[in-house]
Unconditional design. Sequence first.
Length: 391
Amino acid sequence: MNLKTVRDLKVKNKKVLLGVDYNVPVSSGIVGDPLRIEASFETIRYLLDHNCSIILVSHLGRPKGKVVPEMSLAPVAKKVSEMLGHQVTFVPDCIGPQAQAAAAALAPGDIILLENTRFHKGEEANDPKFAKELASLGEVFVDDAFANIHRDHASVTGVTKDLPSAVGFLVEHEVATIVGAYKHPVKPLVAVIGGAKVSTKIEVLDNLIKHANKLVIGGAMANTFLAALGHKVGKSLVEPEFYGEVKRILADAEKEGVEVVIPEDVIVAKSKNKGPGHVVTVDKVGPKDIIVDLGPQTVSHILNPFEFHGSIIWNGPLGVTEVPDFAHGSHLLADNIIESGAKSIIGGGETAAFVDSEGLHDKFTWVSTGGGASLDLMAGLELPGLKVLEC
């Protein structure tokens, strides 16, 4: 995939409309995990070094086209200023007279952050009029909002029709790292795929079967695999309508010579919201049990930290990690990956949130900033925001 990058644009002395992903947790005006903010700084500093003025564009949450004060980016502007060590001025709209005036007044080195694009229905609808108004604020467009790159929204694809456009460094790194992880891996390649539903991961599993040596099924989606193979799973979440797909996936893996690891032991509890749980083999799951995590024996078969010298892709927690009692499998896998020193690619979303919450971000080769985007890349799908920026 050959992408136009910020290096290919003539940005010197230009007003740059810069798409960023500042969809970060904000509570009572306080920004939580700031890793997505920090991830934008390489591109911002490059543009500042080229005497640019910068118009930051982002969304926050899902306000559904309405102004929701709790989803304002005003607190985020303060956090960006603090972390970057450079004044970032907040503008209380992303289009209209205020945005136009703020953009017109920019001098080289100035940075503004526009209000939440999703306060306007035209953003998610990719309305041409809204996109054109947004594009009119800058002279070139750089998209560094990797977590949104799979969306056909105005601030992702729409603005590219009116401005010279390219990807920023974060998007470039994410694409090269994730696609390279399965297309050109250090062998053997182990792919660990979790999540709640098989239905959302079929394309990922199908793609990884073509590249991986071992495929590990975790999370609640493992229940559907177990049930399809005749195991009792109690009150656990299952998708009976996908039993046929599960058997087809297993057959395809066998044809490709890919080892598939399905739980042999699990953690069960009476509620998925609180512990404690206990370990049972998969043939001992009771009628009132809920499977909430992979068991230690299963996790130990994913990789031996003292012998594994390949690479690993991990997308989707192994259990209900928001409950500490049900995060043991994910903790053990994380520890084994780190101890092995193997090349490790962590998908965004819940997996990234888990490793970040445990302070393990820097222990892995790459932790993606995008959940749905990283998943679509791993599935080999065409992403709208990348398609419009291909060379």
